[in-house]
Each structure stands twice: as structure tokens, then as C-alpha cells.
Design a protein. Structure first.
Length: 278
């Protein structure tokens, strides 16, 4: 079994201060024996507006945020799932919300660009989000081998699209990581339910590091970082504040569950089945 960690933060508009906080939390994760630690969405920057991230966007493979993550991975000898980082896309006016996975040598071994963008008006609140103003959606599900097993990557709003998680399982995912910055109203209503559902329906571990609390832009995030096992039991959680949670991923037990209760193999409807006209 391998121990994994989920880091919970309250990031703001000061990149250097956010990285300082992340460093302390990552060191805490390593002190608790984590082989892989995951940072939340927007761990390095929660600006005062959606377009603010364009000013701190980095070219792939260069920049202080990416250098920080690579350096921490090397220093700690630990794999890091680096939440999301705004990465430039050639001449595009928008950026990718990129989740990078660094191995213990600091090398980038995987990159997932967030596919589903948060363009919503939060029901019952005067809260509106248009992530697509600054972010260009990705298109490719990503799975990568890690010391804790084969990892499928997703980010925040992706949680509401079960077909993505099925695609990751079809590529061999044994655990999911979901860096997030959920709103409070949607988090209260759906966060735990959806996390446990994605774990249960795919018989897969799920690690969800989150943003928590009040940010400089006036936004409040839900927090409640969790690690969930394949039968839906919550192994660890941090309801509010900043900190680290860890848990062991028991892949041997997961394999037995999938053998004894092969619900994933019992699927009969193809995702790409043609729709019938009404």
C-alpha cells in the first residue's frame, strides 16, 4: 500500500505567499509518509477576477510556479499532483488550466488540461462564474502510473461528468485525483455525494484536495478535502481551514472488490452509442 496526501489551502492573489504556504503543507505531507501529495485547484493564485490569471500564466516548462513544484518534488523525494497552473497556449488569448504531475525527480510525467469549464450562475446566489473567459478547455483524458497506482486526473467541475471517470477507468485508472475549488452552495449540496458516487460506481479510490474559506476576491470555497475508498467509505477528510490529510490506498483490496463485484465490467451501454431522434 502507498500513502497519499491531499493538501487544503486558502490561496490568494500573492503567488509567493501561496507557494510558501504550499511548501509547508507539502513538507507536512512528506512527514506523514506520503509517496504522492496533491495540491488543490488554483493553489498558486486565486486572483481578484477570472482574467487576472492571464497576467501570471507561464509557458510550459518555465516559470516560478512550475520551478517551485519541481524543486519541492526533488527536495522531498515525493510525487506531486500540482493542482492547476495557468499555462500559455501559443498565440491563444486564453490559457490552459493545467494539472501537472511531477515525479520524485521533479520531472513532469503527465499533464491534464481541465475539460469541463465552470460557466454557471449559482442557483439561489448572486454568484456568477465564466471560466471560459480566460481558460481554453482541454479535450483528452489523462492517466499516468504513480507509486500509488495508476492515476486518472480530473479537476473540480469535471466531477459532474461521470463519463470522464469511466474513460479514465477504461484506461486502467486505479485512483482518481480531483483538485478543486468548489463554491460553498454547490459544495454543501453535492460535494460529498458526487465524490463518493464517482468512487463507488468505478470501484476506485478518489483523492480530492480543495480550496477552503474566504479569498481576496470575495469568493468563499467549500473545503472538505477527502480521500474516499472504492466502496464509498471516507478514509480521511478536512472540513475547513488549511492542512493535510493522508490515507493508504489498498489496491489489493480494490482488485478483490472489482473481482467479486464486477459492476464496471457489467456495463451494456456504450458511451458513444448514437442518439435516437425524439
Amino acid at each position: 500500500m502507498s500513502r497519499v496526501a491531499a493538501v487544503q489551502m486558502t490561496s490568494g492573489a500573492d503567488v509567493a505567499r501561496n507557494l510558501e504556504s504550499a511548501a509547508a503543507l507539502l513538507r507536512g505531507a512528506r512527514a506523514h509518509g506520503a509517496a504522492v501529495a496533491a495540491l488543490p485547484e488554483n493553489f498558486a493564485f486565486m486572483g481578484r477576477g477570472e482574467e487576472a490569471k492571464l497576467a501570471i500564466a507561464e509557458a510550459p516548462g518555465a516559470g516560478p510556479i512550475q520551478s517551485f513544484v519541481a524543486g519541492m518534488a526533488r527536495e522531498l523525494g515525493m510525487w506531486i499532483v500540482a493542482g492547476t497552473i495557468p499555462l500559455k497556449l501559443g498565440n491563444s488569448p486564453r490559457v490552459a488550466a493545467a494539472c501537472l504531475v511531477h515525479d520524485s525527480r521533479g520531472e513532469v510525467v503527465a499533464r491534464y488540461d481541465k475539460i469541463h469549464l465552470f460557466d454557471v450562475d449559482v442557483p439561489g446566489k448572486s454568484e456568477s462564474h465564466r471560466e471560459s473567459r480566460s481558460v481554453q478547455p482541454g479535450a483528452v483524458p489523462v492517466v499516468v502510473d504513480t507509486p500509488a497506482g495508476r492515476l486518472g486526473l480530473a479537476v473540480c467541475y469535471d466531477l459532474r461528468f461521470p463519463e470522464l471517470f469511466r474513460a479514465l477507468v477504461d484506461q486502467g485508472a486505479e485512483w482518481f485525483c480531483l483538485p478543486s475549488a468548489f463554491t460553498v452552495p454547490t459544495g454543501r449540496a453535492h460535494w460529498e455525494i458526487l465524490l463518493r458516487a464517482r468512487a463507488i460506481e468505478n470501484l476506485c479510490h478518489l483523492v480530492a484536495p480543495a480550496q477552503s474559506g474566504f479569498h481576496e476576491n470575495g469568493r468563499e470555497t467549500h473545503g472538505d478535502s477527502m480521500i474516499v475508498e472504492p466502496w464509498g467509505r471516507v478514509l480521511a477528510r478536512l472540513p475547513r481551514g488549511t492542512g493535510v490529510i493522508t490515507a493508504e490506498l489498498d489496491l489489493a483490496r480494490q482488485r478483490r472488490l472489482r473481482q467479486d463485484f464486477p459492476a464496471v465490467d457489467h456495463r451494456r451501454l456504450a458511451l458513444d452509442a448514437p442518439r435516437k431522434d425524439p
